[in-house]
Design a protein around this ligand. Structure first.
Ligand SMILES: NC(=O)c1ccc[n+]([C@@H]2O[C@H](COP(=O)([O-])OP(=O)(O)OC[C@H]3O[C@@H](n4cnc5c(N)ncnc54)[C@H](O)[C@@H]3O)[C@@H](O)[C@H]2O)c1
Ligand SMILES: O=C(O)C(=O)C[C@@H](O)[C@H](O)[C@H](O)COP(=O)(O)O
Ligand SMILES: [Zn+2]
Length: 365
């Protein structure tokens, strides 16, 4: 029997995130009674998808596999429309289900298709990247990009279960594993500093997909996400030190703007890494955050090989893109900043001068 950890997410419809080695068989258990299942996956994950499909067929499900483009190329209206068309032709009803097997881009797309088909059918996510396990596949945010920016179209639609088989991480390219650690480090700064200590003390184990340390990092990060979304699934507007789900957006305001400027060729976790250094500098420049915690951002992210600076001449482009961030209200930019370790507040409407100072500190370090 695999050694399984179950982390409960208790928002509107409670479900478990299953974590362990060799746990792919749990997908059929989560889906229960036989139904039609659309299994979305990119070509890179064909082996995992075929294994999951075979399990589901053995359990009596009728499986329609849908091969979707890799990475961000999957998160488009055109790809979603192609999936809807397959579901329509196969006669998918409200008792049927969507399963997303892949990285965060695939699980975001699968979630969006499940949220929108017949206004909502069951979704199971099977994250295969570190980033998707600790973040994207958990918590019910689904979405696609538009030319104007990242995740601008989407819906909150919770999965009925999430299955994280750590064995699949052995084929994940090292650069994608490191990018996933960007979101893990985010969880360390916003809520669980023990994550930072683990990474700092055992950096080699943190990037080894077979290590118990990586498993602990995965489980701690999922626990942070589960706690936050269970309290505020639909991301109410946070104010001052009352910060709900927006907390998970730490580093994303600038990060998403970088992704857009790079035409989605940067990995999400890399852009978030730069974004976290920027907000740490913003909080320092505003006199909110001390030097030790601000400097720790650059140190821990650099030790993982993640980027911590960005083009010094890109400030104006990035500010324009941040205008479409979901935390923005009217023309007021809002940032999640730290005032200490695991202690956040909202900084609304910082001056242009403060933003420029923080940007220069990040870009020229
Ligand atoms: N919904 C949310 O709450 C949420 C949270 C965080 C990130 N996201 C989104 O997730 C996406 C980033 O996710 P990602 O970093 O997983 O990127 P990704 O989905 O683009 O995957 C990265 C690459 O790794 C490959 N891959 C994945 N698993 C593999 C495996 N086991 N073996 C070999 N190759 C594998 C993919 O095919 C892809 O080429 C972004 O679109 C981001 O916006 C969403
Ligand atoms: O789950 C959340 O809430 C997050 O903000 C997690 C982020 O890591 C994730 O990248 C999310 O997709 C960003 O959300 P968005 O609402 O800014 O698009
Ligand atoms: Zn993210």
């Amino acid at each position: 029997m695999p050694d399984v950890t179950r982390i409960r997410v208790a928002a509107e419809r409670p479900y478990d995130v299953v974590v362990g080695h060799g746990v792919l068989g749990e997908v059929a258990t989560v889906l229960g009674e036989p139904r039609r299942v659309a299994l979305l996956h990119p070509a890179a994950l064909i082996d995992v998808a075929v294994r999951v499909a075979a399990d589901l067929q053995r359990a009596g499900h009728e499986v329609v596999r849908i091969d979707v483009p890799d990475a961000e190329a999957a998160k488009t209206a055109e790809v979603a429309a192609r999936c809807w068309s397959v579901l329509g032709h196969a006669g998918f009803t409200r008792s049927d289900a969507v399963v997303g097997v892949g990285g965060g881009a695939t699980t975001d797309l699968a979630g969006f298709v499940a949220a929108t088909w017949l206004r909502g059918v069951a979704l199971v996510t099977v994250p295969t990247s570190l980033l998707a396990m600790v973040d994207a596949a958990v918590g019910g945010k689904t979405g696609i990009n538009t030319l104007e920016g990242k995740n601008l179209v989407g819906a909150f639609h919770e999965p009925v279960g999430v299955v994280c088989d750590l064995d699949v991480l052995t084929t994940l390219p090292p650069a994608d594993l490191r990018a996933g650690l960007g979101e893990v480090v985010k969880c360390g700064f916003i809520a669980d500093p023990e994550i930072l200590t683990l990474v700092e003390e055992q950096p080699d184990a943190a990037v080894d997909p077979t290590s118990p340390v990586l498993r602990e990092l995965v489980e701690r990060s999922i626990a942070v996400k589960a706690r936050v979304v269970s309290a505020d699934l639909r991301e109410a507007t946070s104010t001052g030190r009352q910060v709900g789900r927006e907390l998970l957006n730490y580093g994303h305001t600038l990060g998403h703007a970088v992704e857009r400027r790079e035409r989605f060729r940067w990995r999400h976790g890399e852009a978030v890494s730069v974004g976290m250094v920027f907000v740490a500098e913003l909080a320092r420049a505003a006199g909110i955050l001390d030097d030790a915690v601000a400097d720790r951002h650059r140190a821990v992210l650099t030790s993982l090989g993640l980027p911590t600076t960005y083009a010094p001449d890109a400030f104006d482009d990035l500010v324009a893109a941040m205008g479409l961030d979901k935390k923005t209200r009217g023309s007021t930019l809002r940032f999640v900043v730290l005032d200490g370790l695991a202690s956040a507040e909202i900084l609304a409407g910082p001056s242009d001068e403060l933003l420029r100072r923080a940007y220069a500190a990040m870009a020229t370090a």
